[in-house]
Ligand binder design. Structure first.
Ligand code: AN0
Ligand code: CP
Length: 315
């Protein structure tokens, strides 16, 4: 694998999931594979899990890891081509990405959307320029429209815990005070559509995801109806795609609670984290037996390790 930015970059998703599960059982089996190889992790936005789990995955494979917090420690990057750089930006992404490619064998990059210009965000301007100019294999650490390492970890979590071949998986919108990207929801939907599950998306009116991500999912604005019989409930806020980047309502009544859990098939409750307690998800769920958030966080390591291993092997 040379690029991991979407489920579309994976030839065999089942094989990648089983590779990750094997690595979880035997984390150091390939500790010589990454010897004298360097992974560069470039963050244009904050991170806890992605930074640490990807670093740990690379260390398990024997790699050296360098982390760069571009937003705080790097030069202000220019992304537009052909302009005179007489403003605030100091370095062009062409040089910056090229230089990092000189130092690294594999690069991971996180670049959130601006949530102002939908066409620009959905064209993945920054991520794609980085891929174009760094010249080495690239792993997305969450781009403007997708978070594939998270989605792979989520799929691993469901595969490990499901008790039926075709579980009912519900992605439910949750309230938030800040406009958040659609990336986690888009990506989860993309990977769930690839898995042969009974997949449902529920959100208030005005929060429809882009059709290319909704795929074959059943979509309803009635959360109770969606939750009925659910085996897994994935909770996530996202800002509007239609009224781009906007918060349309306070989302009262949409927070997942134990009361709503009663509608489900004793569902496992998932969230990528970071989560706002008492706003997106109730304390009782997060502290209760149905929460799978730490299982997901744990699986981030094996998801990253399976992807990096495949890149190191050039397969
Ligand atoms: C980010 C998002 O919703 O995309 C990162 C999630 C992994 N979340 C926040 O900014 C709170
Ligand atoms: N879930 C996730 O990607 O978390 P971070 O933003 O902390 O990396």
């Amino acid at each position: 694998m040379k690029l991991f930015s979407s489920v579309k970059d994976v030839t065999d998703v089942n094989q990648l999931v089983s590779e990750a599960i094997q690595l979880k059982a035997n984390p150091f089996a390939d500790e010589h594979l990454g010897k004298h190889k360097t992974l560069g992790l470039i963050f244009l936005n904050p991170s806890l899990r992605t930074r640490l789990s990807t670093q740990k995955a690379a260390m398990n494979l024997g790699m050296q890891v360098m982390v760069m917090n571009m937003d705080k420690e790097g030069w202000a990057l220019e992304t537009q081509d052909g302009i005179i750089m007489n403003g605030t930006t100091v370095e062009h992404i062409r040089e910056a990405a090229g230089v990092m490619g000189e130092y690294c064998d594999i690069i991971g990059i996180r670049s959130f959307p601006g949530l102002k210009d939908r066409d620009e965000d959905y064209s993945e301007l920054i991520f794609n320029k980085f891929v174009q100019f760094c010249g080495v294999p690239v792993v997305s650490l969450e781009s403007a429209t997708r978070h594939p390492l998270q989605s792979l970890a989520d799929l691993i979590t469901i595969e490990e815990l499901k008790t039926t071949a075709k579980p009912r998986v519900v992605l439910t919108w949750a309230p938030h005070v800040k406009p958040l990207p659609q990336a986690v929801a888009n990506s989860f939907a993309e990977w769930m559509n690839k898995a042969d599950y009974d997949f449902v998306i529920t959100h208030p009116a005005g929060y429809d995801l882009a059709p290319e991500f909704v795929g074959n999912a059943v979509v309803t604005n009635n959360q109770d109806e969606a939750l009925a019989g659910a085996d897994f409930v994935y909770v996530k806020n996202w800002s509007s795609y239609q009224d781009y980047g906007k918060i349309l309502s306070d989302g009262e009544g949409w927070m997942m609670t134990n009361e709503k859990l009663k509608l489900t098939n004793n569902a496992g409750v998932m969230h990528c984290l970071p989560v706002r307690r008492g706003l997106e998800l109730s304390h009782e769920i997060l502290d209760g037996p149905n929460s799978l958030v730490l299982n997901q966080a744990n699986n981030r390591v094996w998801a990253a390790q399976a992807v990096i291993k495949s890149m190191l092997k050039g397969s």
